[in-house]
Design a protein around this ligand. Structure first.
Ligand code: PFF
Length: 445
């Protein structure tokens, strides 16, 4: 059997978990959802959910991992035999997300290539991005490149190296995003975007806002995907979990907020903030940012640097996704790591192809009325993760009882918000998850 590695320091755990959490979800997904689902009101709902919900779920997952010392499938089995199936269900989530994550990772590499070959201006033309993603071959080549880089890192076990590099890349990304956000605010028309983004308008509130914010929370914090349980199992017993988790949450949310600051005002500045541009969805960042970079001298070089940084953020998340999948097979079936890596790479490639073609020649193939990429995103974020979280909350809230988690957290310090924690995990999580599920199933989203 493979030897289980363990984090040697609190910082090691924080960095790995933050590396998994901060990725395309923050930079690409958060801004387009915020633009689409009501701006300020989405932001407000997201922030409230992050400090209550996100916190409770993350501490539960990490504590389960640390208590059992197991990865996801074995961990639930150890807590209660009847819940063994929950481990399998949770293990399925990264398997669904990983392939389409690589499709978006491929788009990032394409833009990197665009800026490296000085075609930044062409990228602002109407139809440039749409033309690229709807092509049958080119986006698949880029997704293959992204997938190969990720697989090589996981195969050779050089995650530590990547983490070390991204330790310097992440602060750069933050500085650059702040700079770009400030710059965007100076463009005429951007102020309306800022207001739309930060001022909650209750008339924009709907159930969809909550459902989208909740799905985003899971995605962004890598919750209910087995990853945080596995990371918990590597965490030393004397780590202050509550403090570490607050730190990861703040970091993850701050990067998402900054990305919104960079993109949403720019949408108003360049496309007038009409409803159609706000609804652009997954393509928003790739259409807006080229305009920003094209609008000032030196923007093309900054564009290149920016996409390199985004690529690193995307890679650390993709690596954690693939690592989660690989370790499930290695732990459970004792298959050699190299074999599993190749198999996962191959299957992920096949699964990613429909997500890519769905933007072009297969755009008329719809599952539940959605193209493939949106379908996988919907099934994982709006159906599977809420089911996993609901069952986990029932297991912890009513079967093993929240005290077990509280005791685990308190082996290494105090658990200041334990009262709130018990209430959230017992009542608020199950009720909210049921609402999400019902609204997803009945087509609110
Ligand atoms: N949290 C990552 C992001 O925001 O990009 C995406 C992700 C990573 C999702 C790992 C799921 C996961 F297991």
């Amino acid at each position: 059997m493979e030897k289980k590695s363990s984090f040697t320091s609190k910082l090691g755990f924080i960095l790995a978990a933050a590396g998994s959490a901060v990725g395309l979800g923050n930079i690409w997904r958060f801004p387009y959802l915020a633009a689409k689902y009501g701006g300020g009101i989405f932001l407000l709902v997201y922030l409230i959910l992050a400090v209550t919900f996100g916190f409770a779920l993350m501490i539960t997952q990490i504590a389960i991992g640390r208590k059992t010392g197991k990865s996801v499938i074995e961990a639930y089995k150890m807590l209660d035999k009847r819940f063994a199936f929950l481990g399998y269900l949770e293990a399925l989530v990264p398997i669904i997300i990983f392939p389409y994550y690589c499709v978006i990772g491929g788009w990032v590499i394409k833009f990197l290539a665009v800026y490296a070959t000085n075609q930044g201006h062409e990228a602002t033309q109407d139809g440039f991005f749409g033309g690229f993603i709807s092509a049958p071959v080119e986006p698949i080549v880029y997704l293959a490149i992204f997938l190969m880089i990720t697989s090589l890192v996981v195969l050779f076990g050089v995650e530590k190296g990547v983490e070390r590099v991204s330790k310097t890349m992440m602060p750069l990304l933050v500085i650059m995003s702040i700079g770009l956000a400030i710059y965007c605010l100076t463009i005429p028309g951007a102020m309306d975007g800022l207001i739309y983004y930060v001022k909650p308008e209750f008339k924009n509130f709907s159930l969809k806002t909550v459902v989208a914010a909740m799905g985003q929370l899971f995605y962004s914090m890598s919750l209910a995907m087995g990853i945080m349980i596995t990371y918990g199992s590597y965490t030393p017993k004397d780590d202050d979990l509550e403090g570490s988790i607050r730190y990861i949450e703040i970091f993850d949310t701050a990067i998402a907020f900054l990305s919104g600051m960079m993109i949403i005002p720019a949408v108003f500045a360049f496309s007038g903030g009409n409803n159609e541009s706000l609804q652009a969805g997954p393509t928003l960042m790739f259409i807006t940012l080229p305009n920003v970079f094209d609008s000032f001298a030196g923007g093309r070089i900054l564009g290149l640097v920016f996409f390199v940084l985004v690529l690193f953020a995307a890679l650390t998340s993709a690596i954690s996704l693939m690592e989660a999948i690989v370790s499930i097979f290695v732990d459970k079936f004792h298959i050699k790591r190299q074999v599993v890596c190749f198999a996962v790479m191959f299957v992920a490639f096949l699964m990613a192809i429909p997500s890519s073609l769905g933007n072009g020649i297969w755009s008329n193939v719809l599952l539940l009325g959605m193209p493939f990429l949106d379908f996988f995103d919907f099934i994982s974020n709006n159906i599977m993760m809420p089911i996993v979280a609901l069952l986990m909350a029932i297991l912890v809230g009513f079967i093993i009882k929240p005290q077990v988690i509280i005791d685990e957290v308190e082996t290494s310090g105090t658990f200041k918000s334990k009262k709130m924690y018990s209430i959230v995990i017992k009542y608020i999580v199950p009720v909210c998850m049921l609402i999400i599920l019902l609204s997803s199933v009945f087509g609110y989203v």
